[in-house]
Design a protein around this ligand. Structure first.
Ligand SMILES: [Fe+2]
Length: 345
């Protein structure tokens, strides 16, 4: 299921899916959303209510609580994530004034309204340099200050988050710039210029995966089983899926005793080169309080290497949330002006 036989048919089927170049994304301003005042104030009221009762942003008691207009905002976001850009940037939460805890509450509540929040490494996962080296066993790139290169999140064959979101709490001293690339645009370019490369990308590659706290040795069969193509159609939701991270593909093949052939390395080089074409890459530096949401099937992300602050309280800190594919399957109609006015009224 999901295998792409006819490479060209994807272009017809994917007509309503987001495809952009960096210049196209720059000129489209709809995906940059300012947090409506009604949602901000309602979040702060809920946060205060929870605190007064000894609860926190992650207490189960917060789950059923309603933030005014959050469903309207989630619908607008879902529309852009599935049909226009695959990216939404939500700005306007002043972390210094309202606190980290309230920003986490808003992120998680948005996740609940969008779909199922995945609890793989906690509902919200702290992305910060823990002084680790990704070459050591079971270390995530998100625990280091190195650049992971373009990737989509999760290398587990059985787990594919639909939406990846990142809340910025603090920026690094230097670097740590976010890079985004549209993989449907990369698919289109490869189809035109190197269809043989694209064909190989539609066949399985073995992936290594991180199992934090893993005990014992993984069986050879287990390693072979964690294999899937870079490009698939319709396996997780009705659309194109790109699942990619160069490092974990190479590690997966090496650890399974089946190192990548020269031909396969060439294919990955060509894909990397396409994603890194200057007119495909869109760069942005998240500011404290910014929340970015990515359609993890279509938008590959990366961050540049960074130099952090000496003081522990100033160090770069992002918070990641994964939302399931149910968030992308619900119908999202184009938001009409009346609804948008209501949101900002
Ligand atoms: Fe990531």
């Amino acid at each position: 299921m999901g295998h792409i036989e006819d490479l060209s048919s994807v272009m017809i089927k994917a007509k309503s899916q987001p495809s952009w170049t960096s210049a196209g994304l720059e000129t489209n301003s709809h995906w940059r959303i300012t947090l409506p005042e009604s949602i901000l104030s309602s979040t702060l009221v809920l946060h205060h209510w929870l605190e007064a009762r000894g609860y926190t942003w992650q207490s189960p008691e917060a789950r059923g609580m309603r933030i005014q207009n959050l469903d309207l905002l989630a619908n607008v976001m879902r529309y852009h994530l599935t049909q226009t850009t695959g990216v939404v940037l939500l700005s306007g939460f002043d972390v210094a004034e309202y606190g980290e805890s309230a920003s986490r509450l808003l992120l998680l509540q948005l996740g609940y309204v969008l779909g199922s929040v995945l609890d793989k490494r906690g509902l919200l996962y702290d992305v910060c340099d823990r002084g680790q080296d990704h070459r050591q066993a079971n270390v995530l790139f998100s625990s280091t200050c190195t650049s992971p290169g373009y990737h989509t999140d999760s290398t587990d064959a059985d787990l594919m988050p639909g939406i990846v979101s990142l809340l910025c709490l603090r920026t690094a001293r230097e670097g740590g710039v976010n890079r985004l690339a549209n993989t449907l645009t990369a698919y289109q370019r490869l189809l035109r210029s190197q269809p043989e490369v694209l064909r190989r990308l539609c066949e399985p590659f073995i992936r290594d995966k991180i199992i934090v706290g893993e005990v014992g040795t993984r069986s050879h069969l287990d390693r072979l089983r964690n294999a899937f193509p870079v490009f698939e159609w319709g396996r997780w939701y009705p659309g194109l899926t790109c699942r990619y991270m160069r490092y974990w593909i190479e590690a997966g093949h090496d650890k399974a005793g089946l190192p990548l052939s020269e031909e396969d390395l060439f294919v990955l080089d060509q894909f990397e080169a396409t994603l890194n074409q200057e007119d495909i890459t869109y760069q942005l530096q998240l500011q404290p309080g910014d929340m970015i949401f990515l359609n993890n099937h279509l938008i590959a992300h990366d961050r540049t290497e960074y130099l952090d602050w000496e003081e522990p309280e100033k160090k770069r800190h992002l918070v990641r949330m994964w939302v399931g594919n149910d968030a992308l399957q619900r119908h999202a109609s184009k938001p009409d002006d009346m609804k948008l006015n209501h949101l900002y009224g």
